[in-house]
Design a protein around this ligand. Structure first.
Ligand SMILES: CC/C=C\C/C=C\C/C=C\CC/C=C/CC(=O)SCCNC(=O)CCNC(=O)[C@H](O)C(C)(C)COP(=O)(O)OP(=O)(O)OC[C@H]1O[C@@H](n2cnc3c(N)ncnc32)[C@H](O)[C@@H]1OP(=O)(O)O
Length: 281
């Protein structure tokens, strides 16, 4: 739970330290297997693949390129041995300018929509923790394979954030209404094994190699199927949810701005950032 913090100077120190952490190489790498037509998309924003405005723009650009390249399937993963994606970059929420916050949220909506509405089959290879926005990325994929001993979930309420309706719906479609309601309200983080039990992930794997094998097996099930019939069916299932999100997106952004610009939220966030740092001591 969030504690209030009285000393803003501690927050500034944290901000500087986190901002100095740089990634090496492009923010998103793509490896295409020319034999199968499967693309492995590697999220590459060290240290924890947190979603900044620019990182989300790269993810959107990558998916657009893959659509144009007519790939046969995508596997979304991380090069880290511990973290799939740590969710939104929390620094995007620390005293942001309203314009930037609006752009961040718009990019998060677009990242969700773009990945959710791909014409090609998608697998999330969750080889590390996937809290909040990390769970969102996994939920956009058709199939989820998770390595053991990590955690996943929509823990936004624990951070003082409301889960937006379009994301709640995605969770509901995946685990069912009852599980989704309780999980979203409580902000539950599930172990890999618990996630399998409630259907938040489809399979577990002992390690990344096994997960990759299982991911290819899933994509192989469509090898002899008409790509048109497959993608048309997927989009008939998913397009309405994307359109619903787009129709309500300005209200959604206004709600987030109100939530994040609120001084109680900022105080809670400062405490949360400090608790992340303290965990390391
Ligand atoms: C702008 C939008 C505003 C509002 C949104 C409103 C509503 C949103 C509702 C739902 C939509 C979806 C969006 C959700 C919001 C989020 O995603 S908020 C972020 C939630 N994420 C977390 O709370 C994860 C926090 N991190 C951890 O628990 C651990 O770091 C993790 C288990 C991922 C990995 O642990 P470990 O391997 O031990 O690594 P460290 O903890 O040591 O971390 C390494 C460094 O990375 C920094 N870091 C960790 N997480 C983040 C992050 N999300 N953003 C930025 N930086 C992060 C961490 O502080 C360490 O930095 P340091 O080395 O100390 O400098």
């Amino acid at each position: 739970m969030l504690r209030k913090i009285a000393n803003p100077a501690r927050l500034l120190t944290f901000q500087r330290t986190m901002a100095s952490t740089a990634s090496t190489g492009p923010l998103v790498r793509t490896e295409l297997d020319s034999q199968t037509g499967y693309a492995t998309v590697i999220l590459n924003r060290a240290p924890v693949n947190s979603l900044s405005l620019e990182f989300m723009a790269e993810i959107i650009k990558t998916v657009d390129e893959l659509e144009r390249s007519k790939i046969r399937g995508m596997i979304l993963t991380s090069p880290s041995s511990k973290v799939f994606c740590a969710g939104l970059d929390v620094l995007e929420m620390v005293n942001p300018s309203e314009d930037r916050l609006r752009s961040v949220w718009r990019n998060l909506q677009d990242t969700w929509a773009k990945l959710y509405g791909t014409s090609f089959p998608t697998v999330a290879l969750i080889n590390g923790h996937a809290p909040a926005g990390g769970c969102l990325l996994a939920l956009t994929c058709e199939y989820r394979i998770m390595c053991s001993n990590f955690s996943i979930g929509l823990n936004e309420t624990q951070l003082g954030l409301a889960v937006p309706p379009w994301l709640q719906k995605t969770m509901r479609n995946t685990v069912g209404s009852r599980e989704a309601e309780i999980a979203c309200i409580k902000g539950t983080m599930f172990s890999s094994e618990e996630a399998l039990k409630i259907g938040l992930v489809d399979e577990l794997a002992a390690d990344k190699g096994e997960a990759m094998h299982k991911a290819c097996n899933y994509l192989d099930t469509f090898k002899n199927m008409s790509p048109y019939a497959r993608s048309a069916t997927k989009l008939l299932l998913r397009n309405k949810k994307i359109e619903d999100m787009k129709r309500a997106r300005e209200d959604d952004i206004d709600r987030v701005v109100k939530n994040v610009m609120n001084s109680d939220f900022q105080a809670g966030l400062a405490a949360y950032l400090q608790s992340l740092k303290d965990r390391k001591k």
